[in-house]
Ligand binder design. Structure first.
Ligand code: NAD
Ligand code: UDP
Ligand code: UDP
Length: 336
């Protein structure tokens, strides 16, 4: 009779991919700048369930506020240097502070995040059979002797400098990715990201575009670090997210450069910000930090050919979009 029937209990297999028609995606570092824009894009697809794991070192819940409580979204306070048990189909592994002032703040922690954090995410990928994408960096080219940088270039990196926790850390992370791929057959994707900018960057995170825009809005001098002739190439965040998703969905392991080849000196960037945002503002030359790369520009032939990707948003079009966000957050409305 009825009493002898076992109570309905959730099957332990219910958590298994086998019963999921949706794609379940883990984004580590998803509360950060690029991560939160990536989450926005992934959540647009109703077949995706997104889990974010973040320790809020440089990211914030605020970046994800529109998704908190959404049935396809989950946010976990978690440090990737500890192991993580979740069942997912894809892992976008972004967790790592990206701005020099934050990654230099606790360099040993930065190394642990890059090495132990990536090892843990690879162990997770191995256990559940997930595909994993690492957001590596143009910093793996160090102070490059080849210009523009193509993926076959091995780089010129100081192993014992103050940036090494970040650039050597990412180089080891790339090594781990390839060793798990060769040794355990894990499906890997590696993006080498070049300088990226856009709304939601930390206002005081010390990176050049966020510094100049905040300074221009506040009417403070734009601090160009000497000599000002060093170059960077800036990619708008929506282009970056599009490139990362194409890489994950495509068939190539990479590494593939994702960045905007438009190259500017820091003096040119300051002049552009001044012209677009506040023509009254001064430009002042300040001291630089050690090991600052002198030039950086991606060769994106591989991204074009293998992913059909190239950036769409020019610096002059992207800066005003970021200005709007910064004005709102700084509480300084547009003069006009
Ligand atoms: P970000 O600092 O805004 O985001 C990083 C996120 O990772 C933050 O939310 C932070 O809280 C989280 N995090 C840091 N350490 C963690 C840990 N141990 N455990 C869990 N979470 C942790 O930086 P971003 O600009 O969004 O960069 C994202 C990724 O892209 C990073 O891997 C970075 O190295 C890479 N990247 C960024 C750029 C760029 O220009 N923004 C350039 C090259 C590479
Ligand atoms: N790991 C994890 N989640 C998992 C599986 C593994 O965080 O679901 C971590 C685990 O703690 C280990 C690392 O990933 O430290 C590497 O795992 P792997 O199985 O490759 O190595 P092993 O555990 O055999 O050293
Ligand atoms: N920079 C600058 N003024 C600032 C902050 C940075 O001129 O207020 C310069 C810095 O010396 C470097 C470039 O801008 O040459 C990019 O620095 P950022 O920290 O944004 O990124 P990364 O060095 O990681 O490329």
């Amino acid at each position: 009779h009825a009493a002898s029937k076992p109570p309905p209990s959730p099957s332990p297999l219910r958590n298994s991919k086998f019963f999921q028609s949706n794609m379940r995606i883990l984004v580590t570092g998803g509360a950060g700048f690029i991560g939160s824009h990536l989450v926005d894009k992934l959540m647009e697809n109703e077949k995706n369930e997104v889990i974010v794991a973040d320790n809020y070192f440089t990211g914030s819940k605020d970046n994800l506020r529109k998704w908190i409580g959404h049935p396809r979204f989950e946010l976990i306070r978690h440090d990737v240097t500890e192991s993580l048990l979740v069942e997912v189909d894809q892992i976008y592994h972004l967790a790592c502070p990206a701005s020099p002032i934050f990654y230099k703040y606790n360099p040993v922690k930065t190394i642990k995040t890059n090495v132990i954090g990536t090892l843990n995410m690879l162990g997770l990928a191995k256990r559940v059979g997930a595909r994993i994408l690492l957001t590596s960096t143009s910093e793996v080219y160090g102070d490059p002797l080849v210009h523009p940088q193509e993926e076959s270039y091995w780089g010129n990196v100081n192993p014992i400098g103050v940036r090494s926790c970040y650039d050597e850390g990412k180089r080891v992370a790339e090594t781990l990715m390839f060793d798990y791929h060769r040794q355990h057959g894990i499906e890997i994707r590696i993006a080498r990201i070049f300088n990226t900018y856009g709304p939601r960057m930390n206002i005081d995170d010390g990176r050049v575009v966020s510094n100049f825009i905040a300074q221009a809005i506040r009417g403070e001098p734009l601090t160009v670090q000497a000599p000002g002739t060093q170059t960077r190439s800036f990619c708008y965040v929506s282009d970056m997210v599009d490139g990362l998703i194409r890489l994950m969905e495509g068939e190539n392991t990479g590494p593939i450069n994702i960045g905007n080849p438009g190259e500017f000196t820091m003096l040119e960037l300051a002049e552009t910000v001044k012209e677009l945002i506040n023509p009254e503002v001064e430009i002042s030359m300040v001291e630089n930090t050690p090991d600052d790369p002198r030039q950086r520009k991606p060769n994106i032939t591989k991204a074009k050919e293998l992913l059909g990707w190239e950036p769409k948003i020019k610096l002059r079009d992207g800066l005003p979009l970021m200005e709007e966000d910064f004005r709102t957050r700084l509480g300084v409305p547009l003069k006009k």
